[in-house]
Ligand binder design. Structure first.
Ligand code: SF4
Length: 421
């Protein structure tokens, strides 16, 4: 066994038992019976009343072999031709993403929607908020479908419109709504792309903007040119990591817990605030730890550790670099052969990068399979069902954002699209 393979095995053994199940990699349908975990699980989820629900799939899809599903998808794509645009997020499973016309992060996918106005049907193999964004940005004649309505985002669900409006009201009572002598508002709302259309619309209505992990620093720069402070939701880690890199002190970034008066803060802490961070996080990225990085460095002294900025601040600080999925991809592509990378982001992307770059050693900091379990709900069976529907003239699982929400959200999204990463 080579030295690298030996080190990798030792690293994986050192992490064994500490992480989530390997079962998702091999038997997705088994998870139908386990609420909130894996494809098909949405049928038994306990969801908020307003949340979309995925109906049961017809047996012909549910019981089809992998080969049959693959053949159905290829045949439907061929029939639909240029009328169809399939978008796939980097974190999407391989059996689905290989059918995508365009693969990217949420920022790139938002832009891809604009680039194919001739496609009548957009099938979004990502999660719910991404499909909403595609519907907002696409032409009115285009339809957007999400293959499994249970493919949500646990982070996006951590901020709802009512809680953010209550926070806004409390902040308005503190600081009013008057502009200062430089024409800056008391607070500018900034929502991460990973949020509902309703929150993007809230930002559009209140002089705010959307950001992604690719452009968060540029967006915060823009926000500070418009306002004295920023309310950043829903991901506290992206907000904290970005603001800290811009030189903002931790004592100027209070955390807002929507379930407590004044977000759980004393007035003096809020008076110092430059960025108020919402109490949200990504359940995938918060699993990465400083100990995993230390272990990777012990086994691979020359390793280059790159993590996603949704990871906790201590993990970002311990890494060599932090950046969006696109940043990670480009860093690996640009490295001279023979490099070793430990990556802190979703496993489907890391494994794909490892396969595409055999000239490097690439492994996930969390070596036991830890996918985005909600994105994983888009099994090829759902994709085949959606595409067959389109062939028959039926748009299934259409994601529609109402006109007023769409109009306001578009304002915030267009401000973001103008802030190039
Ligand atoms: S990886 Fe995290 S933030 Fe991204 S879609 Fe999945 S749950 Fe949401």
């Amino acid at each position: 066994m080579s030295t690298i393979a030996t080190s990798l095995e030792a690293f994986e053994k050192s992490q064994a038992g500490a992480h989530c199940s390997t079962g998702l990699a091999t038997d997705p349908w088994r998870f139908d019976r386990i609420p909130t975990y894996g494809p098909g699980a949405s049928e038994t989820d306990e969801l908020p009343d307003q949340a979309p629900r995925q109906p049961a799939l017809p047996g012909e899809y549910r019981n089809a072999s992998d080969e049959e599903l693959e053949a159905r998808i290829i045949a439907a794509k061929r029939t639909l031709g240029e009328r169809l645009l399939i978008l796939g997020h980097f974190y999407q499973r391989d059996e689905v993403v290989r059918h995508a016309d365009f693969v990217g992060d949420s920022f790139q996918l938002a832009r891809a929607t604009l680039g194919r106005p001739e496609a009548e049907a957009i099938v979004f193999c990502g999660v719910h908020f991404m499909a909403e964004t595609a519907d907002i940005l696409s032409d009115q004649r285009q339809t957007v479908s999400l293959p499994n309505l249970g493919a949500g985002c646990s982070m996006a669900d951590m901020a709802d419109l009512a809680s953010v409006e209550a926070c806004w009201e409390a902040l308005s009572q503190l600081w009013g709504e008057e502009l200062d002598a430089s024409g800056r508002a008391p607070v500018i709302p900034v929502t991460y792309m990973n949020s509902s259309a309703a929150l993007k619309a809230f930002c559009g209505r209140h002089g705010g903007i959307v950001c992604t992990s690719s452009n968060a620093a540029k967006v915060l720069d823009w926000a500070f040119s418009q306002g004295q402070r920023v309310l950043f939701f829903p991901d506290q880690h992206l907000g904290r990591n970005t603001a800290k890199a811009m030189g903002i002190g931790l004592d100027q970034m209070p955390l807002w817990d929507p379930n407590r008066p004044l977000g759980g803060n004393q007035l003096d802490a809020l008076e110092r605030a430059r960025v108020i961070l919402w109490h949200g996080y990504c359940s995938v990225h918060k699993r990465f730890t400083v100990e995993q990085i230390a272990s990777a460095r012990r086994h691979f002294p020359d390793v280059r550790v790159i993590v996603h900025p949704e990871c906790p601040m201590a993990v970002v600080d311990a890494a060599d670099e932090a950046g969006s999925t696109d940043y990670i991809k480009k860093a690996i592509e640009a490295a001279p052969p023979g490099a070793t990378f430990a990556i802190g982001t979703e496993i489907n992307l890391v494994q794909r990068l490892a396969r595409e770059h055999p000239e490097h050693t690439i492994f996930c900091l969390d070596p036991v399979v830890c996918p985005c379990s909600t994105m994983y709900r888009i099994h090829p069976a759902y994709l085949a069902w959606i595409l067959d529907g389109l062939v028959e003239g039926e748009v299934r699982n259409r994601i529609r954002v109402d006109v007023a929400t769409s109009r306001d959200a578009r304002v915030a999204l267009e401000r973001m699209l103008a802030a190039q990463p």
